[in-house]
Ligand binder design. Structure first.
Ligand SMILES: [Zn+2]
Length: 174
């Protein structure tokens, strides 16, 4: 049973509690001593150890992916508005080879592995896809639009590549 979760670039300690609940419940991370934060997961009483581990894993993953999508939607709407564009939808992907994509009909896909990445890397990825709402390819006009949204995009792209190398297990995670 893992005891921590890499979430938005931060290791969250998992605190598992049992209570009379029908379904697992997760509270927003609370800071604790030493500069870390703790994620309190409440599970129904009476589960086997294996059942409890599985319940925690599923609940934590759903929570992490849901908060990733909420944040990605917020970022995508704000960035697209600055370019007079609209995002049709933001959806999760578990692709093994890419962090995100933008389809011709304005749907942006964000790799769920980004739930583990620092927030400014998610912002970079979303800005990249939002710039595709305006320019499909990776030509000079695309990069000019991206720089208009995020002047330090190159630095963030470099760090996203570093993050990918440091966490090869994240892309394509189930
Ligand atoms: Zn691209």
């Amino acid at each position: 049973m893992r005891e921590s979760l890499l979430h938005r670039g931060q290791a969250l300690a998992l605190a598992i509690r049992e209570a009379d609940v029908a379904r697992p419940r997760i509270e927003a991370p609370v800071p604790h001593g030493g500069g870390g934060a703790c994620l309190v997961v409440t599970v129904p009483r009476g589960l086997t150890e294996a059942g409890r581990d599985r319940t925690v894993a599923v609940a934590v993953r759903a929570w992490a992916w849901r908060s990733l999508l909420e944040e990605a939607r917020r970022l995508a709407d704000a960035l697209a508005a600055r370019m007079d564009r609209r995002v049709a939808d933001v959806r999760p992907t578990r692709a093994r080879t890419r962090w995100g994509s933008c389809s011709a009909n304005g749907v942006i896909r964000v790799n769920v592995a980004l739930a583990a990445a620092p927030p400014d890397l998610l912002e970079y990825l979303v800005a990249h896809e939002v710039a595709h709402l305006r320019w499909r390819g990776h030509g000079p006009r695309f990069y000019a639009a991206l720089a208009g949204l995020l002047p330090d995009w190159k630095e963030r792209r470099r760090r996203l590549r570093e993050f990918e190398k440091a966490h090869p297990e994240l892309l394509g995670a189930r």
